[in-house]
Design a protein around this ligand. Structure first.
Ligand code: GDP
Ligand code: GDP
Length: 454
């Protein structure tokens, strides 16, 4: 399988092991063996396949499924090969597709019919691929048909799992077998995702007003200094109540400890920023609005994006701005901050307290976008429309297509696009822009990964 992982410019760094994609299970088999019935059975709802408009090629039919708490995407490849010449060729093409796209192939055979030549051909393709295959002996509606299932051992790709997709018989055992064949689950995230106050990093270059803002926030609201349980070490967070809820401000000790290290201050500042980001869910990047944007401001914003954290941009020292500066500031922002246009923005003054209360809704917005998950069915519709209305430009006689997509992760949202070729950057940006228009994702970087079959 030729597989490329391509990160968008806005995406988190490549080494983001927590964001392993949701595994893909592809269903392959001759017509009428019961693939759609089986997919419906696995999804546990009848409308899943019916939902597809009749007459429209059943392109990109991918669904989210869960079994024993494990999520995976199930793809019915049946509709993907509209007019290959002859059944055998069509099924072979289907099998190749499945092998390219999937982590596990569910090969469905009608046990009441037995193995056909076409089935043998498919087995050949599956075997050569080395992909895990789960063999489904379908239409085993009762014990009497079990013997038919056993005959399918002759296919030589392992144990046939007797199932009645129609009535549900054996489907639990089948799903257990599928789970077993899936790649190992990614390790759980280091920092708890549920419960506890949301974790905020207050970032910005020296003198932008971090400690002033912190004092403002903490001063008017009771602050609890919280030396992280069990450690006497430095990173001390502060729990601050804002908008009726507690928030954990990360490493406030580091913010308050006035720039002690003059030598290599930059280096330490970067380290501090990085370690705060590791522990934070959302970053507020403070920018001194009274001065021109500095490279360091942009670097800090890039660090947040690369760390895959939610982002709020706060222009501080708004009290110092006159009309003229405001005008230039807007243009600066437009020109220089285009890669973070999606970040909620607040214009505040840590000194006077102006609009400081707007931080909370901005944080909420960013955290919401960060955690947004789009159901696969909606995504498929979105991509079908997008590809139809705005196909990728033809390059060298080829036109890459998005076959389907899944949202593999949240915090930040991460999409895996299954494509027939390399999507160029302009097109990926276009996709990202349209995703944001359609689904929001305010305040969060979006990660687009391509899985290319060639
Ligand atoms: P596909 O073309 O492989 O997607 O097959 P379908 O899911 O459309 O099923 C084809 C036919 O087989 C339909 O009439 C189903 O009702 C029937 N069928 C599917 N699974 C079973 C099963 O487990 N037992 C029986 N008796 N019929 C089934
Ligand atoms: P830090 O290094 O980011 O923690 O920045 P500080 O909070 O120490 O602020 C640096 C300087 O900017 C101090 O002299 C503050 O009084 C001043 N300052 C911070 N916020 C504001 C503001 O909103 N307006 C004005 N005029 N000055 C501010």
């Amino acid at each position: 399988m030729s597989e490329y992982e391509i990160e968008t410019v806005d995406g988190p760094a490549a080494a983001d092991e927590a964001a392993a994609p949701v595994p893909v299970v592809a269903v392959v088999g001759r017509p009428n063996v019961g693939k759609s019935t089986l997919v419906n059975r696995i999804l546990g709802r009848r409308e899943a396949v019916v939902e597809d408009v009749p007459g429209v090629t059943r392109d990109r039919v991918a669904y989210e499924a869960t079994w024993s708490g494990r999520r995976f995407t199930i793809v019915d490849t049946g509709g993907w090969v509209p007019d290959a010449t002859g059944l055998a060729a069509a099924i072979a093409e289907q099998a190749r597709l499945a092998v390219d796209l999937a982590d596990v192939v569910l090969f469905v055979v009608d046990a009441t019919v037995g193995a056909t030549d076409v089935d043998d051909a498919v087995v050949e393709i599956l075997r050569r691929s080395g992909k895990p295959v789960v063999l489904v002996a379908n239409k085993v509606d009762d014990a009497a048909t079990e013997a038919d299932a056993a005959l399918l051992w002759s296919l030589g790709i392992g144990e046939p799992h007797p199932v009645s997709a129609l009535h549900g018989r054996g489907s639990g055992d089948l799903l257990d077998a599928v789970l077993e064949a899936l790649p190992a689950e990614p390790p759980p995230e280091t920092y708890g995702e549920v419960g506890g106050p949301r974790r905020v990093a207050l970032l910005g270059r020296p003198n932008v007003g971090k400690s002033s803002l912190l004092n403002k926030l903490a001063g008017e609201n009771r602050a609890v200094v919280d030396s992280v349980a069990g450690t006497t070490r430095d990173p001390v967070d502060e729990l601050i109540e804002l908008g009726g809820r507690e928030w954990r401000f990360i490493d406030t000790a580091g913010i308050r400890r006035r720039h002690r290290e003059n030598q290599g201050a930059d280096f330490y500042a970067t380290l501090r920023t990085q370690s705060a980001l590791e522990r934070a869910e959302v970053a507020v990047v403070l920018i001194d609005a009274s001065e021109p944007l500095a490279d360091q401001d942009l670097r800090i914003i890039s660090m947040v994006i690369e760390a895959g954290r939610a982002l709020v941009i706060a222009y501080n020292k708004w009290d110092l701005l006159d009309e003229e500066r405001r005008y230039y500031l807007e243009r600066e922002i437009d020109r220089q901050l285009h890669n973070a246009r999606w970040a909620p923005r607040v214009n505040i003054s840590a000194r006077t307290g102006r609009h400081v209360e707007k931080l909370v809704p901005a944080l909420d917005t960013a955290l919401e976008g960060w955690g947004t998950r789009v159901p696969t069915s909606q995504l498929n519709r979105f991509f079908a429309d997008l590809v139809a209305a705005h196909p990728h430009p033809v390059r060298g006689g080829k036109q890459p297509r998005v076959l389907f997509a899944t949202q593999a992760d949240v915090r930040p949202p991460r999409f895996v696009l299954f494509t027939t070729g390399f999507l160029e950057e302009g097109y990926r940006r276009f996709i990202e822009r349209r995703l944001r228009e359609e689904f929001g994702f305010q305040g969060t970087p979006i990660d687009l990964v391509m899985r290319i079959r060639e």
